[in-house]
Design a protein around this ligand. Structure first.
Ligand code: ADP
Length: 484
């Protein structure tokens, strides 16, 4: 079935290189995860196209960097305005290829656009520094300059926003950009490029390489000497591959990798608020975000109450096709995602956990899984160590603060953490002790373009959003002036 778009030209299926739309005899299908239907056949670009895009980005970078921040900001601002004006269509494309409920998809479009707006403004604020000299005739000046050509590799779980968070700061400070979107969700990326071209982004500054072959395109982005930096969002496994591949050319890297977020409920917390927060932190995007609560630790005194209240809320979720009215929870992305969720549940129940909600695929078939709660979960279970990336809330019981901090930190990941407490002293103690790049305190939703998003430990390098977000795309140059 054709997508219901106000502007059908947003459903672009060709690659975008040097300002030109590139069709290919070879294509790959994009499937709707709710129905299995093929939405479109997308041009399958190859290594030569990637090299051409990198060369175009390299050729475009001097002029783009020479623009004033205000000039670049004005183009980004037009791009933001076009994304807002076309938010409904962009959401429709996103739901079709990724599955999340349409209203949530529209929320992602606004969230993604907010980064373009923010960095459009920041483009004017790339400040350097003047440092008092070390000798009477010396002056020290610090310049910030764009790193150059940026290669981006992005995942399917936020097909729009994960690109927006990277392309906006890169373009704002004067870098040029080549992105390879996830093969499962290239249409959202291409629609963004259609609007970017309309906004006046010059040829070569933004290039999109749809491709079914992640490894080969990734290798070219990493090997090519014209690429100064790789920015990646995805699994820690692939992040490690990219980091190795980038060693030979000493590329700068921003990596936003896996998480295994603890979500802690202390017995002094507002339990209803904690349940609300857990619903968002766990079930938003059907559990398919890197900041999803993956391990929910509840203090003994409130464990049963929390579990019962969470169960009530979970019963109210409506799973279905993201285009259907009232649906809160879409399908999982594919069969592999379902298999992982099932594996984590059966491993846990095999080791003594109980299923108090969900636990199975939905009888309707497809990629739908019932939102699930497990009680009696322990550190011995797989779900305690691995990111589930699905709608499973595992409830661990704990007795005291020191124990739960140790359990929360017992992970190679360090992206997000959440906790609920109304004790002022505890809030500071726990916030400082948690090993993660971001901590939500009495909230389950932390993402905003105004704040620095990113992880520590094996969750990654660098930050996206906020005034810190431009730093990842800038080099420092120090001028030593003598002779006055
Ligand atoms: P996810 O679990 O989100 O799919 P991945 O790390 O597997 O995480 O995928 C994130 C992105 O990285 C996707 O666009 C995927 O196609 C791409 N990718 C996967 N393997 C490689 C690779 N070897 N080199 C470059 N990109 C890759």
């Amino acid at each position: 079935a054709a997508l219901d778009l106000k502007d059908p030209s947003l459903l672009e299926t060709r690659g975008f290189v040097n300002g030109v739309w590139i069709g290919k005899a070879t294509t790959f299908p994009v499937l709707n995860p709710a129905t299995g239907d093929c939405i479109a056949h997308v041009a399958d670009l190859d290594v030569a196209d990637t090299a051409a895009a990198i060369a175009a980005a390299d050729a475009a970078r001097a002029d783009w960097a020479a623009c004033t921040g205000k000039e670049r900001g004005a183009i980004l601002r037009r791009w933001f305005d076009l994304m807002i004006a076309n938010a409904d269509d962009l959401a429709t494309i996103l739901t079709a290829e990724m599955g999340k409920p349409w209203h949530e998809a529209r929320g992602e479009i606004l969230y993604g656009a907010s980064f373009i707006e923010w960095f459009a403004e920041e483009a004017k604020r790339v400040y350097g520094d003047v440092i008092p000299g070390h000798q009477r005739d010396k002056r020290i000046v610090v310049l910030k300059q764009p790193v150059g050509v940026v290669g981006a590799i992005t995942p399917w779980n936020f097909p729009n926003a994960m690109i927006a968070r990277k392309v906006a700061p890169a373009l704002a400070v004067g870098c040029t950009f080549v992105v390879r979107p996830a093969e499962l969700t290239p249409l959202s990326a291409l629609a963004m490029a259609v609007l970017g071209q309309r906004a006046g982004i010059p040829a070569g500054v933004l290039n999109v390489i749809p491709s079914s072959d992640a490894a080969t395109i990734g290798q070219e982005l990493c090997d090519n000497e014209k690429v100064a930096k790789i920015t990646f969002t995805g699994s820690t496994r692939v992040g490690k591959i990219l980091m190795r591949q980038c060693a030979d050319t000493i590329k700068k890297m921003s990596l936003e990798l896996g998480g295994n977020a603890p979500f802690i409920v202390f017995d002094d917390a507002d339990i209803d608020a904690a349940v609300e927060g857990a619903m968002i932190a766990k079930y938003r995007n059907n559990g398919q975000t890197c900041v999803c609560a993956n391990r929910i630790y509840v203090q003994s005194g409130v464990y049963d109450e929390f579990a019962a209240k969470l169960k009530e809320k979970v019963a109210a979720l409506k799973v279905g096709d993201g285009f259907s009215e009232g649906v809160t929870t879409g399908p999982l992305i594919n069969e592999a995602a379902l298999a992982k969720v099932e594996d984590h549940i059966s491993d846990a129940t095999g080791k003594g956990a109980q299923v108090i909600a969900g636990g199975t695929r939905l009888p309707r078939g497809g990629n739908f899984f019932a939102p699930t709660i497990l009680t009696g979960v322990t550190a011995a279970m797989k779900i305690a160590r691995e990111e589930t990336f699905g709608p499973v809330a595992p409830l661990f019981r704990f007795e005291d603060e020191a124990d739960v901090i140790a359990m929360a930190n017992d992970s190679e990941f360090g992206l997000a953490a959440y906790f609920y407490s109304n004790d002022h002293g505890r809030v500071w103690r726990v916030a400082e002790a948690l090993e993660s790049g971001m901590v939500g305190i009495n909230t389950g939703l932390i993402s905003t373009e105004l704040a620095p998003f990113g992880g520590i430990k094996q969750s990654g390098l660098g930050r996206e959003g906020s005034r810190y977000g431009t730093e990842d795309y800038l080099e420092i140059k120090y001028l030593c002036l003598s002779g006055n």
